[in-house]
Design a protein around this ligand. Structure first.
Ligand SMILES: C[S@@+](CC[C@H](N)C(=O)[O-])C[C@H]1O[C@@H](n2cnc3c(N)ncnc32)[C@H](O)[C@@H]1O
Length: 157
């Protein structure tokens, strides 16, 4: 999920649907400074855990469909990378499209939107990929995950 991320990247790294932070932990383990992380989670309970465990990260309780407003309050226009654990495949098509479009709008060119999925199909809508000139890369299956997870990365060109 985070192998492609350069920890020395100068900008922010946005995580969507962080849960209790397994990808947040991996990002920090690869050397990303905690204060560069913007961690968005809609569950207040999980947000509390994230705030406790990652005190230097920007942890926000909110819905990814409102990403533009959330980033505006933080005075952030662009992020270098997006890591998403949001269960896009179980959402309605319209919501999936809104969330992905919001994320791509704020992703810098050359950055990637990486998404985990428990179904063997890319959950990022084709029209959003086309609109933002994305290049889809299948990164593989993580068998260590239960259930096994599929990972896709869309690079914004
Ligand atoms: C399947 S969990 C994944 C958590 C973590 N990334 C992992 O891999 O263990 C999905 C998380 O996305 C959060 N989530 C779902 N929809 C969201 C939304 N629209 N905005 C922000 N977070 C959302 C859920 O609350 C949940 O914590």
């Amino acid at each position: 999920m985070v192998k492609h991320i350069n920890p020395k990247t100068s900008g922010r790294i946005l995580e969507l649907g962080a849960g209790i932070g397994p990808f947040t932990n991996s990002l920090i383990k690869t050397g990303v400074p905690e204060e560069k992380l913007v961690v968005l989670e809609q569950s207040p309970e999980f947000t509390e855990i994230l705030e406790r465990d990652f005190p230097s990260a920007n942890v926000i309780c909110g819905d990814a469909k409102n990403l533009s407003g959330i980033l505006a309050t933080l005075e952030i226009e662009e992020v270098d990378e997006v890591v998403s654990g949001i269960p896009l495949n179980v959402m309605g098509g319209m919501l999936r499209e809104i969330i992905c479009d919001e994320a791509f709008k704020h992703l810098k060119r050359g950055g990637s939107f990486v998404q985990v999925s428990y179904l063997p199909r890319c959950p990022v809508p084709k029209n959003v990929i086309a609109k933002h000139a994305g290049k889809k890369i299948f990164c593989g299956i993580t068998l260590r995950n239960i259930p096994p997870a599929f990972v896709w990365r869309i690079k914004k060109t």
